[in-house]
Design a protein around this ligand. Structure first.
Ligand SMILES: [Zn+2]
Length: 539
């Protein structure tokens, strides 16, 4: 167990931490004697989120904020006994795909049950606005406020969405008028509280933007000190070039950079991981504000449409389906798909995880090899049929990464864990799909498997990566640390038992060891079970 420092030592270190944060220090005596707290979490091992050793003590909460830490008496409306467990800031998922799912699962079941109290949507170039139901990030936030949510929400604006709305679905250059409109929309969204802009350069239509076009947009993001998060143009054979492009775009625009779900995909690229780290470290040394994130699994999750070449993914869904139905174009697409499956190590490495057509639901959870046995089809004819019947929208999981690289990325000081998944739920509509288990298990797996069992780092450093590190990237002013004056987003977990339970075969499993979760002081998970109260706000 990590060392426990003395009360005097704690006060000294908290003064330093408080001063560093510009908060000044608190008078614990005044707070403990004169204030009655709404809630006290007592008898815990407090990890403040700054990476330092934990201290024994209690936390007093008043009006949704942390009001005192240390020996604070017992004057409160309710007392939560932490029973010696770890008390940590709530986890912050800087790379989420919750987006519209929050309206299907307001609690955000798969997230809140793993201790995530702040969830950042709009990743990989795709945001829920300004399109369809929501004209702006403000509309999206307002609907969440009206409905209420289990965790705090923020969103990036997706560059792919922006291009779709202004330029359209095709591979055409943006005109001067397009650029002007995209920049003004982007500026407006930054004003309204988007945390930055994301790219998903393996997806259409965002990928049709040139490097120069993206740099022009990033200059707007830089003006607001927003964050640029990028799902790079390539994550396998040309991943080094893609990292170099990401860095050069951020440098040219003067924007802070977050490389999303860093990976070196396919066995022939596994050896490249240390080189990617070298590129990132060099950029950091040269003064670029850069970091990256990664989910703690060796399988990735995406759409089966990645087996269609980018150029053939242009236009409307009907146009794409027409190409799949045309024998000549389908033959060329098939050659691309077969080559890509080969690079992934074979059809057994690709698992179908969603289907809406009733007859296709039997494929959910099976790999392509198994689907082929069941249907008597070869891999490409099977994939082609499925894409046509499902109107191009099929989710898949691919096993294509190496454990050693997961550890390399997660243990690096600039790396942090993410889910790269939307909120899911074992009940209702969201229970019908087979999400990647990362939707349920990422943070407990990182702390339990990687920090505790495999000793990648001590728990204090692990918690820092789940809390203050992402908060600092997002410039969240009052989250990510247990400090007086900060919002009371708090997780109480058992450091000896915390672990993921979700598997690829049975993903809808909550993690073990999460005892209590508070969001802005609202007790949301009590003794491992949801209370039904929702405390989330726009972070
Ligand atoms: Zn992505």
């Amino acid at each position: 167990m990590a060392n426990v420092i003395s009360r005097r030592g704690f006060l000294k270190s908290s003064l330093v931490a408080g001063a560093a944060l510009g908060l000044g220090f608190y008078d614990s005596k005044k707070l403990s004697v004169n204030n009655r707290f709404d809630t006290i979490i007592s008898n815990g091992l407090i990890y403040t989120g700054d990476g330092k050793a934990p201290i024994k003590g209690a936390i007093g909460i008043k009006e949704g904020k942390i009001a005192a830490i240390g020996s604070i008496g017992d004057s409160a409306d309710r007392i939560i006994d932490a029973k010696g467990n770890a008390i940590s800031p709530g986890f912050i998922d800087i790379h989420s795909h919750t987006d519209g799912n929050i309206f299907i699962s307001p609690l955000g079941d798969s997230k809140i049950y793993q201790g995530i109290t702040t969830d950042i949507s709009g990743n990989c170039g795709d945001s829920s606005f300004p399109k369809g139901k929501w004209n702006s990030v403000e509309d999206y936030y307002n609907d969440i406020k009206k409905q209420r949510a289990g965790f705090n929400v923020r969103s990036y604006i997706g560059q792919g969405t922006l291009r779709q709305v202004v330029v359209g679905d095709n591979n055409v250059p943006a005109t001067a008028a397009h650029m002007k409109e995209m920049k003004s929309l982007l500026a407006a969204e930054m004003e309204r509280g988007a945390v930055g802009m994301t790219c998903g350069l393996e997806y259409t239509p965002g990928s049709y933007a040139t490097t120069e076009e993206i740099i022009e947009l990033l200059k707007v993001v830089a003006k607001y000190d927003g964050l640029f998060a990028i799902h790079m143009r390539n994550e396998d054979d040309r991943v080094e070039e893609a990292v170099a492009e990401s860095i050069s775009m951020a440098k040219a625009a003067g924007v802070r950079l977050q490389i999303s779900h860093l990976k070196a995909q396919n066995a022939n690229n596994w050896h490249k991981a240390p080189q990617l780290i070298k590129q990132i470290e060099a950029a950091s040394r040269e003064g670029l504000d850069i970091a990256f994130d990664r989910y703690p699994y060796i399988a990735f999750s995406t759409g089966l449409s990645v087996f269609i070449p980018m150029q053939e993914r242009q236009g409307t869904t009907d146009e794409i389906i027409a190409r799949l139905n045309n024998e000549t174009s389908a033959k060329a697409i098939g050659e691309y798909a077969v080559a890509r499956i080969k690079r992934l190590g074979g059809a057994q490495n690709v698992v179908v995880t969603s289907a809406r057509v009733p007859e296709n639901k039997r494929f959910i959870g099976l790999n392509i090899e198994e689907c082929c046995k069941l249907t008597g089809l070869e891999p490409w004819p099977f994939i082609r049929k499925l894409l046509v019947e499902e109107r191009v929208s099929v989710d898949m999981i691919g096993f294509a990464m190496r454990e050693e690289n997961v550890k390399l990325f997660l243990s690096h000081p600039l790396g942090m864990p993410i889910t790269d998944a939307g909120a899911s739920s074992p009940i209702g509509k969201l229970s019908e799909n087979m999400p990647h288990p990362r939707a349920y298990g990422s943070f407990p797996r990182f702390l339990g498997k990687y920090c505790r069992d495999e000793k990648l780092m001590d728990l204090s450093k692990g918690i820092q990566k789940c809390t203050s590190l992402p908060a600092s990237r997002l410039k969240l002013k009052d989250r990510g640390l247990l400090t007086v004056g900060y919002q009371a987003d708090i997780v109480v977990f058992n450091p000896d038992t915390i672990i993921d339970r979700a598997t690829f075969a049975e993903p809808h499993q909550f993690s073990a060891g999460i005892e209590h979760v508070l969001v802005n002081g609202v007790w949301t998970i009590k003794n491992g079970v949801a209370t039904g109260d929702l405390g989330g706000v726009i972070a």
